[in-house]
Each structure stands twice: as structure tokens, then as C-alpha cells.
Design a protein around this ligand. Structure first.
Ligand code: C2E
Ligand code: CA
Ligand code: CA
Length: 590
């Protein structure tokens, strides 16, 4: 029988050295089937870096390389490497383990042997190469899939989404107007809470189910992807006018029924931002950025809603972003300041405490209100740092007034931050202050969410010795239930009530009941935003224990506060006997 024949040589192909092999293709069972001259299988394997290092590895020469010029370093051997066609291909170089001619003589033939090989070696090498390239192709396909898909949900990822939007826009920009597409960004509301309370597995499962439900609701031509975390994105493909509303409806349906996660049935809502091409963007980048801005706005408006992008939104975001950057700089450059507003006792008329209030003079916009820049800081994740700065400064300043309580505002974001107690503990040690002198002011918003968790944070803070106050009471939900369910040392009645007190009867009734209940529960009641003597008198009459407001003083820098204290004359606040005092007294005694 006639076996296949082969030949292999090192020659230069298009100026690059290569192993060229040729093999006859003959039937391996019945050679009689062969008619005429057999076809040839020609293989060209360039002697490139990978190839040389493969050989180097099999010869245990880790740095075997084909280089254009001989190496000049000690211990590195370079030998000219000439192809079978006589064309020099460069120098083979490697580091000798023990430099010496003897070894060189051993290695050079070995290298030659490795390259020319025997028929067997060449053959197996050829097969290996083939297998290798197949494996490579398979891995490449897998990598390509992985690069475009999210591992957990199996959905396409951002990369694929961008590609699809680009494709769509590329094909449809010519027919502007009638071929529209909607980009929808979807973010699961309070996903972090779900993750924290039910565990990561439950969170993962929720992501999967949300993905499946969305997929089921969409039309086949719509494109669903996951951006990681709890974010999904949809490209609703060609839609007519009103197509954004249709997508909105489909998304809403996906969240309509409760989710069954780990045997628990939970209601989940989502915030959605929409941007329509070409109106809201003609490039993928623009469209996606605008959908993202709309999503941000949806979350900002209180979540569980869909918002369509608008131009004003972009302006607002631009403004916020610049403020955010400036705030970062200000924080790093220590350009923030704390001012202090006195708190006056109703019974003695003396100053018993101060509230620390953050101040920032923006280089362009001038003095900015914390009401405007704190939410930006919260959203930018600046709060742990900013909050720490406030505590650090307040504790430092508190040394000036050893007999006063110092109230510090805690943002809800900061309150939920895991490191809060550790941060407080560290600062107490650093400044060697008594936690009992500090009142942490928390707004009602905090109490709405994850009550168990909230209670344990409150308890931890109180256990360290800090006092707590429920701030802005009356502005939002004003639930009296909070006063029973959570332990606070003080309630601060919001200015809106105080300023209405002389005119509106219902305000009076509300203030009276809050004071009554609060004092029965042993809390101090601070009236905020007292601007006139009348308000001071009336709030005292209704049973408040402390007053704070412009009537006494605005917030002042620390040094001015010290001066203010030294000259302050206790104000006589006319006190009429009031039934509430009697109620409170019996309450405390019983
Ligand atoms: P807040 O905690 O209710 O602080 C009281 C606000 O009312 C202060 O505004 C204060 O200047 C103002 N105010 C006090 N008395 C009167 C008055 O008689 N009339 C009127 N019209 N206003 C009065 P400010 O300093 O602009 O602070 C606004 C809010 O910003 C604060 O409300 C608080 O929620 C937040 N904030 C301030 N500093 C910080 C801080 O360090 N951290 C955090 N997280 N929030 C802060
Ligand atoms: Ca406050
Ligand atoms: Ca307040």
C-alpha cells in the first residue's frame, strides 16, 4: 500500500520565516480509489513569538525568542537562524542556565532538532497545531459570547446593547421621524434592601425572574439586556408615535404581580427612564445617557415610576454634576464650615445647646444652602466622608462650650451606612468627648424603611451614649406612631408648624397632641424656626421645652458663637400656666 507522503521546510513566506509542510492526500483504506496525482495539503505555520515560545517551553528554555539582531547581554546566547531556503530569519536567543560553549553546543542542535524534527514530531506538531487552532476558535467564540452576555441572567450586556443601538441608528437615521426606537433603563427599587434582608441568593433569583418576566412581555424585535447590578435596559425597536407608552406599559406589567423568592412573596417596583430616538439622541451614547438621566429623575421623584427624558433634565443634571465636582474639591481642600445656632430652654431662657449647620461658599454660585447641596452629596456617595467631616469638626468645636449640648444632623444615607457606629466610636476616642453631649438629629424619612434595621442602628447609637432627636417633625408623615415605636430623646417640631401657630387652629391642635404625647414618653420638645416673640411665647405655652430660631440668633461661626454666649442675656419668656404642664408632671410621676 501507498502511505501519505509529507515534507516540511523552514522557508520565508512573504518575508516572514515559516514552517511549510505539504502532505499528499491519499485514501487510507483502499489506495486503489486514488486516481491520478494526489492532492496536496499544505500547511503554513509562521515562526512567530507564540510558536518559538511553545518550542522554548518544551525545551525548558523560558525565554527562547527569534530576534532581529543578536542580543548583547551576559548569559544570553544568540545564534543566527537561517531558513532552508538560505534566507536569514534573524537570531534565536535564549538565556543559558550555565553560560558556556559546551552547553551552547548541546542546545543548538536541540533547537534545530526541535524545529526540523523527525517526521513523527512534525506530524504530531501539525496535529497539535490543528487541535490548538480549533480550541482557539472555540474559546474565541465563547469569549465573544461572554463579552456580550451577562453571566447570571444569560441576557446580553451593555456591549451588545450599544452595538444594537448603533446598528439601529445607523440604518434608520436616513428615515428620521417615522422609524423611532425607545431606550428604556430599568432599575429595581430598593434592590439593596432586598439583598440585605433576604440574602444575595434571593437577590440573584429576583434578577433572573425579573429578566424572564421582561423578556416574556416584550415583542420579539425588542431587545432586552442587563447592565449588571439591578439595572436592565431595553431597546424597543421600530416604534411609531406613542411607542414609549407601550414600552412603559409592558415594563409595568412585568412588575405587576408579586415575586415569589425563596418561598416569600414580595412586591417589587421599578424606576424607569425613557429616551426616544431620534428626538432624544442620534448616537447610541447620547440616547443611553439620556435614558440614564431620565432614570435618575424617576428615582429622584420618589421611585416606582417612569420618566421620559427632557432637555431641562439634562441641564439640571449638568448643574448637579458640576456642583458635585466642586463639592468634592471643597471637601478635600477643607473649604466647608460649620455654623452653630443656639437652642434656648423655655424654663430658664438660657442657652442649653447649639445645632451644627453646614455652610459652603461656592466659588461661582456664592453661599449655597445645605438643602441644595446635601442631596447632591448623598447621590454622589459623598456622605460618609462629608458626614465624618461634620462630626469631626463639631466635636472639635464642642470643646469651646463644655456646658452645651451639640446637635448634629445625620442624613438618612449616613444613618444607614454600615460604618456609622465605628466612625462615631473612633471620633469620640480621637476627641475624647462624652457622647452624652451630642444629639444626633434624624428625619422621619429614615423611619419609613426597614424598621428592624433602623431600630438596631438607633439602639447602637443610644447604647454608645449619644442622644437622638426626631428632626423636622410634622413636615412629611408626622405619624404619632413613630413616637411610640422608636425611642428618641427629643422631637423637633418643624418651622412650618411654628409659623402657623398664631393663625391656624389645626396646627395648634397638632402641636398640642405631639407635645402631650412626647412629654408623656419622656421626650424634650424643641420648637424650630421661632422668629417672633409671639411664637416663642405660644410654643412655650403649648408645652415645648426648648426653642430655636432667628428670634434668638441665626447660625454663627464657632468663634462668634463663643462671643454670643458671653454676652447673651437669658430671655424672659412669659409663661402662662397651661394644663399641659400638669399632664406632663403627672405623666412623669406615674
Ligand atoms: P434643619 O436641620 O431643620 O436645620 C434648621 C434650618 O432652619 C437651618 O437651615 C437653619 O438655618 C434654619 N432656621 C433656623 N431658625 C430659623 C428661623 O427662625 N427661620 C427660618 N426661616 N429658618 C430658620 P440651614 O442651615 O439652611 O439647613 C437646612 C437643612 O440642611 C437642615 O435643616 C438640615 O436638614 C440640613 N443640614 C444642615 N447641616 C447639615 C449637616 O451637617 N448634615 C446634614 N446631613 N444635613 C444638614
Ligand atoms: Ca436639624
Ligand atoms: Ca429641622
Amino acid at each position: 500500500g501507498q502511505a501519505a507522503r509529507w515534507a516540511g521546510h523552514i522557508v520565508s513566506v512573504e518575508g516572514r520565516p515559516a514552517v511549510v509542510t505539504a502532505m499528499t492526500i491519499v485514501p487510507n483504506i483502499n489506495t486503489n480509489l486514488l486516481k491520478g496525482t494526489p492532492n496536496l495539503l499544505v500547511g503554513i505555520k509562521y515562526i512567530d513569538e507564540a510558536f518559538i515560545s511553545e518550542i522554548g517551553r518544551s525545551l525548558l528554555l523560558s525565554d527562547l525568542a527569534l530576534i532581529p539582531k543578536p542580543a548583547q547581554r551576559d548569559g544570553v546566547v544568540s545564534e543566527p537562524f537561517v531558513g532552508d531556503d538560505g534566507i536569514p530569519a534573524g537570531y534565536l536567543s535564549w538565556t543559558t542556565r550555565r553560560p558556556g560553549q559546551m552547553l551552547l553546543h548541546v542546545i543548538l542542535p536541540l533547537v534545530a532538532f526541535g524545529i526540523f524534527g523527525t517526521g513523527v514530531l512534525a506530524n504530531t506538531m501539525f496535529k497539535r497545531l490543528k487541535r490548538g487552532s480549533e480550541e482557539l476558535a472555540r474559546r474565541e467564540a465563547q469569549a465573544r459570547h461572554e463579552a456580550k452576555h451577562d453571566a447570571m441572567s444569560g441576557l446580553p450586556n451593555r456591549v451588545q446593547m450599544v452595538e444594537n443601538i448603533e446598528n439601529f441608528l445607523h440604518h434608520h437615521t436616513a428615515e428620521r421621524g417615522n422609524r423611532r426606537a425607545v431606550a428604556a433603563y430599568i432599575d429595581i427599587d430598593r434592590f439593596k434592601d432586598i439583598n440585605d434582608t433576604l440574602g444575595h441568593e434571593a437577590g440573584d433569583q429576583l434578577i433572573k425572574v425579573v429578566g424572564q418576566r421582561l423578556k416574556a412581555r416584550l415583542r420579539p424585535q425588542d431587545f432586552l439586556s442587563r447592565f449588571g447590578g439591578d439595572e436592565f435596559a431595553i431597546l424597543g425597536m421600530p416604534v411609531g408615535l406613542g411607542g414609549d407608552a407601550a414600552i412603559e406599559e409592558r415594563i409595568a406589567q412585568a412588575f405587576a404581580l408579586p415575586f415569589s423568592i425563596h418561598g416569600q412573596s414580595i412586591r417589587v417596583t421599578a424606576s424607569v427612564g425613557l429616551a426616544v430616538a431620534p428626538d432624544n439622541g442620534v448616537t447610541a451614547d447620547e440616547l443611553m445617557r439620556h435614558a440614564d438621566i431620565a432614570l435618575y429623575e424617576a428615582k429622584n421623584q420618589g421611585r416606582d415610576r417612569t420618566v421620559l427624558f427632557s432637555a431641562e433634565m439634562a441641564k439640571k443634571v449638568e448643574h448637579r454634576r458640576s456642583i458635585e465636582l466642586d463639592l468634592r474639591t471643597a471637601l478635600e481642600a477643607n473649604q466647608l464650615r460649620l455654623h452653630y445656632q443656639p437652642i434656648i430652654s423655655c424654663s430658664t431662657g438660657a442657652i442649653v445647646g447649639v445645632e451644627a449647620l453646614l455652610r459652603w461658599r461656592h466659588p461661582v454660585h456664592g453661599e449655597m444652602s445645605p438643602v441644595d447641596f446635601i442631596p447632591i452629596a448623598e447621590n454622589a456617595g459623598l456622605l460618609p466622608a462629608l458626614g465624618e467631616w461634620v462630626f469631626d469638626q463639631a466635636m472639635k468645636d464642642s470643646k469651646h462650650w463644655p456646658n452645651l449640648e451639640v446637635a448634629v444632623n445625620l442624613s438618612p444615607v449616613q444613618f444607614r451606612h454600615v460604618e456609622l457606629s465605628a466612625m462615631l466610636r473612633e471620633l469620640v476616642a480621637k476627641h475624647n468627648v462624652e457622647p452624652e453631649r451630642f444629639v444626633l438629629e434624624i428625619t422621619e424619612g429614615v423611619l419609613l424603611e426597614a424598621t428592624n434595621h433602623t431600630n438596631s442602628i438607633l439602639e447602637a447609637i443610644r447604647a454608645m451614649g449619644f442622644k437622638t432627636a426626631l428632626d423636622d417633625f410634622g413636615t412629611r408623615y408626622s405619624s404619632l406612631a413613630y413616637l411610640c415605636n422608636f425611642k428618641f430623646d427629643k422631637i423637633k417640631i418643624d418651622r412650618s408648624f411654628v409659623s402657623k401657630i398664631s393663625r391656624v387652629d389645626t396646627s395648634r391642635t397638632i402641636v398640642e397632641s405631639v407635645v402631650k404625647l412626647g412629654r408623656r414618653l419622656g421626650m424634650d420638645i424643641v420648637a424650630e424656626g421661632v422668629e417672633t416673640e409671639l411664637e416663642a411665647v405660644m410654643m412655650t405655652k403649648f408645652g415645648c421645652t426648648d426653642l430655636q430660631g432667628f428670634y434668638f440668633s441665626r447660625a454663627l461661626p464657632a468663634d462668634q458663637m463663643t462671643k454670643f454666649l458671653s454676652t447673651f442675656q437669658p430671655k424672659r419668656i412669659a409663661q402662662a400656666p397651661h394644663p399641659l404642664h400638669i399632664v406632663a408632671a403627672t405623666g412623669a410621676a406615674g
